[in-house]
Design a protein around this ligand. Sequence first.
Ligand SMILES: [Zn+2]
Length: 299
Amino acid sequence: MSPFRVCILTLCVACLAPSALAQQQDFSKVQVKAEKLSATTYMLTGAGGNLGLSVGADAVFLVDDQFAPLTVRIKAEIAKLTKKPVRFVINTHWHFDHTGGNENFGKAGALIVAHENVRKRMSTEQFIEFLGMKTKADPPAALPVVTFTRDVTFHLNGDEIHVLHVPNAHTDGDAIVHFRSSDVLHMGDIFFNRLYPFIDTSSGGTIDGMIAAVDRGLDLASEKTKIIPGHGPLATKSDLKAYRDMLAAIGGRIKEAKQVGKSMQEVLAANPTADFDGVWGKGFLPPAKFVEMVWKNLK
Ligand SMILES: [Zn+2]
């Protein structure tokens, strides 16, 4: 099985299974692996959203924490790099494949930080209509302790780590994380690299917000910036640009068709993703599902 296929299967679990099901998933074969991106930063992969990590003289700073059963393996991988415990966890958004380890890390003493809407959504039952998925409210120990509305900066490990909110994109509580000195950018689920992204309309996500958030990322990135996507392999600015072009082209086609009164069936029949499917269409959202999602998002 190719690494790409493994990654997609992982994503299926992450994005399509209700959290109760996710708890029953067999994580026993999941390997958590760190890839070094700069003197102090790493990308960690396992199951669920990609993690970002800063390790250095001051503290261990973690971006997202996947699923609760993987906390032990995430900690073990971090322990290969430092003896220090995780002091900060940033959640890029509320989805459980990015926040599932919060309770474990919080109880172990980490300070959990996120946009205020992450705490709001995690505090109550949520229903993602497009996936027919209901999630329960998280226990208090899993909730972010510090919330922000616009942005917050951490001065750690010789880095300036800027966490900035991008409105109504994948959800209504997204943040992207820019490790300025390391020249590393974690995009959260604003960026699905090489697969059609999920836009959570029920949580306030919009395709226009996604594109605007990608533009924020493009503004922050240089040709040398290492970009961690929420899902998919490590990326460069040109990968992010290709993703932006794909979103704008397909979004524009569907918008136009709607404006002239075409039905969703007519839009699907016209196959508006055809020229992009080779690169983007092999993920957990097949092309027709992606078109349907964007169509419904535009209502
Ligand atoms: Zn997500």
